[in-house]
Design a protein around this ligand. Structure first.
Ligand code: JAH
Length: 230
């Protein structure tokens, strides 16, 4: 997968993408990430990327031209991609959206800062996504979240195919409790069923645990699951 990220803070992405699986995916050529500095596409001598809002008000707005010119340079170099702007007004990011995006060949993320981007930027992207109902200082952290959620779904990025399939949210439920050694930690013991060797009983126990924690913490997920079955 090819990923391009447009930002006025290119340094923000240096260390996150040098970590663990993303770095390994790059080494294995499963993933190629380019970071683009929007400021380099500003045409005035001060390399301005923001300006005051029409109609007045406090704060600054990101200009449309440097973003438009940067997008053109990205697609001239790397070809057409699926262009996503990160904004609190976008559609809510979910595992389902991560799965859809993981089937794309080329993703392009546009990260805004300041009070937001000139509305006309949205004419030049394919999608607007929000990772949750809170305001960040810019779209960069949201882009990293999405890159991480999407790239781990690419075949070969995460070691065992199983561990991607068998988990929280893919089945629409929260995950059952997991344990590893020691058997007894400060008196907190591993549930006996897990050392029984009875795989059918273990599977039943896990299913029940998943249902119970979901009912307790995320009843909204159970409602969604019910709606899908109907
Ligand atoms: C904040 C530009 N849903 C996460 C999210 C994404 C983007 C932004 N905030 C939150 C943001 C300021 C300027 C984008």
């Amino acid at each position: 997968m090819k990923i391009d990220i447009l930002t006025i803070f290119p340094e923000y992405f240096k260390t996150p993408f040098e970590q663990s699986l993303i770095a390994k995916a790059k080494e294995k050529s499963l993933l190629d990430i380019d970071i683009w500095d929007i400021r380099q596409f500003s045409k005035d001598k001060h390399k301005t990327v923001d300006d005051i809002p029409y109609g007045g008000g406090c704060g600054m707005v990101m200009k449309v031209e440097p973003i438009y010119d940067c997008l053109n340079a990205v697609e001239a170099k790397n070809g057409k991609g699926y262009k996503i702007a990160l904004t609190p007004k976008g559609k809510r990011f979910t595992q389902e959206i991560a799965e859809k995006l993981s089937s794309k060949e080329h993703l392009i993320f546009v990260c805004g800062r300041y009070e937001g981007m000139d509305e006309r930027v949205y004419h030049f992207v394919d999608d607007e996504i929000s990772i949750g109902d809170y305001v960040l200082m810019g779209g960069e952290a949201a882009a990293i979240v999405i890159v991480e959620a999407v790239t781990r779904l690419i075949k070969g990025v995460v070691g065992k195919d199983k561990s991607v399939e068998d988990e929280t949210f893919t089945k629409g439920l929260l995950e059952y409790p997991q344990y590893t050694r020691p058997y007894d930690f400060l008196g907190y013991k591993v549930p006996d069923v897990l050392i029984s060797g009875d795989h059918k009983k273990i599977e039943e126990w896990r299913r029940l645990q998943s249902l119970e924690i979901t009912k307790k913490r995320r009843p909204d997920l159970l409602k969604k699951l019910g709606a899908k079955d109907a």
